[in-house]
Design a protein around this ligand. Structure first.
Ligand SMILES: [Zn+2]
Length: 414
């Protein structure tokens, strides 16, 4: 923990007073409770460091317990996951991506089993559904394509029916270029990102597919600077990542107000906790370690294309160390897996996005510009993640090599 973070924690400890007469609103009361729980954990962590000098390589990423939790989830899920019966490709993606970040190999037989299971989620009319026999939906389509590309075998790639996927995506398009999540479903910015990600990874992008889409996405940017789910909605970390990543995939980031997006996103990092909140005045949450922090590499990429000489050549524009401390000290479940905030239970979604955010904050850029920022031991280092797709960079390269030789799909009959 660096000096400024320690000062911040100490200051909070000194100011440990809360006046009930202030009649706090629910959200400020909840914020106070979260700060108290985070403070307790940081105090405990700090006291252990002071007592035992041999702990200087703290905090530690508990790789083995996370891996065991993840591998178990590929074979068996507890009854509490019943509510995610329509998100089964998501579970595959969250687990596979977490394992690839941890650089844990997946047994060959499991690779094949997962690929065949995802094949059963592919619909006759194109796209993937949340489970066998369900209706095609853009969210599990994104997750299934990502998961199959992480598996990266020919068997996995061949499962994707590109022509039918294209037909499905064209069917989800609205006349103005926005995307419905499913037939008769809601239109929001996730749809545009899921469609753009799946289409780019599998090389099925045509001019017709995203005609008008960048303009529609930009209409979702709010007065705060972040993006909402659709025009008029509140700025939100998940939607902001989707908006900026989709614009990056379409080569149209210049259409949005990047400075406003940077200002809003940078202000979502919590001064006390170190993690990110999803929206203004909300509580810190481990999953926004990716949805918010993951936006900085995209912003950096655009600024560097504009030859912005003020840009750092070593760091993204957020506090890398504070975020890593929040994830490593406050978000690791003792039994493996990661969590939203202290007191919450573990799940595969938060495990995936806490680890993804950790990877973003450890790795600055790539190639000659690459720079590492590892809090704790070097053994904490994760594999870098691709800033747009959020799968391993090598998985994207392999998928491009496989799909980019293939011809574009035919326009569907209207
Ligand atoms: Zn969350």
């Amino acid at each position: 923990m660096d000096d400024s973070r320690l000062r911040c924690v100490n200051k909070k400890i000194e100011n440990e007073r809360f006046n009930d007469d202030d009649n706090p609103s629910d959200s400020s009361y909840e914020q106070m409770k979260v700060e108290e729980s985070v403070e307790k954990i940081f105090r405990y962590f700090k006291s252990r460091l002071e007592l035992d000098n041999s702990l200087e390589e703290q905090p530690v990423l508990n790789r083995h317990s996370h891996t065991a939790f993840l591998l178990k989830g590929l074979r068996h899920l507890s009854i509490s996951y019943e509510c995610l019966d329509a998100s089964r490709p998501w579970l595959c993606y969250w687990i596979l991506h977490s394992l690839e970040l941890l650089e844990e190999p997946i047994p060959e037989e499991t690779v094949s089993n997962v690929a065949r299971f995802l094949g059963k989620c592919q619909c006759e009319s194109g796209g993937f559904s949340g489970g066998p026999g369900q209706e095609a939906h853009l969210a599990p389509t994104y997750a299934a394509v990502n998961a199959l590309c992480i598996l990266g075998t020919e068997e996995a790639y061949k499962i994707i029916d590109r022509q039918k996927l294209y037909t499905f995506l064209m069917r989800m398009r609205t006349p103005e270029g926005a995307y419905k999540m499913h037939e008769g479903g809601e239109v929001d910015i996730r749809g545009a990102y899921c469609a753009a990600s799946a289409a780019r990874l599998t090389n099925i992008v045509t001019p017709a597919l995203f005609d008008g889409t960048p303009e529609w996405i930009v209409s979702c940017q709010t007065y705060e600077g972040g993006f909402g789910g659709c025009p008029g909605m509140e700025a939100h970390g998940g939607y902001s990542f989707c908006g900026l990543a989709a614009l990056s995939l379409m080569g149209h980031t210049s259409l949005c107000d990047l400075r406003a997006c940077l200002r809003w996103t940078a202000n979502r990092q919590m001064r006390f906790e170190g993690g990110f909140q999803g929206r203004t005045n909300k509580l810190v949450d481990g999953c926004y370690s990716f949805w918010q922090a993951g936006t900085f590499p995209l912003i950096h990429m655009v600024c560097s294309m504009q030859d912005d000489h003020c840009l750092s050549t070593e760091r993204w524009m957020f506090d890398h160390e504070a975020l890593q401390e929040y994830i490593l000290v406050c978000c690791q479940h003792q039994g493996g897996g990661l969590i939203d905030k202290p007191g919450k239970s573990r799940d595969y979604y938060h495990t995936c996005y806490c680890l993804s955010g950790l990877a973003v904050s450890q790795h600055f850029a790539g190639g000659k510009l690459a720079h590492l920022h590892i809090v704790g031991s070097q053994d904490n280092e994760l594999k870098p993640t691709h800033p747009v797709y959020n799968i391993g960079v090598d998985a994207v390269v392999h998928a491009n090599m496989y799909f980019n030789n293939m011809s574009l799909p035919q326009e569907p009959d209207v």
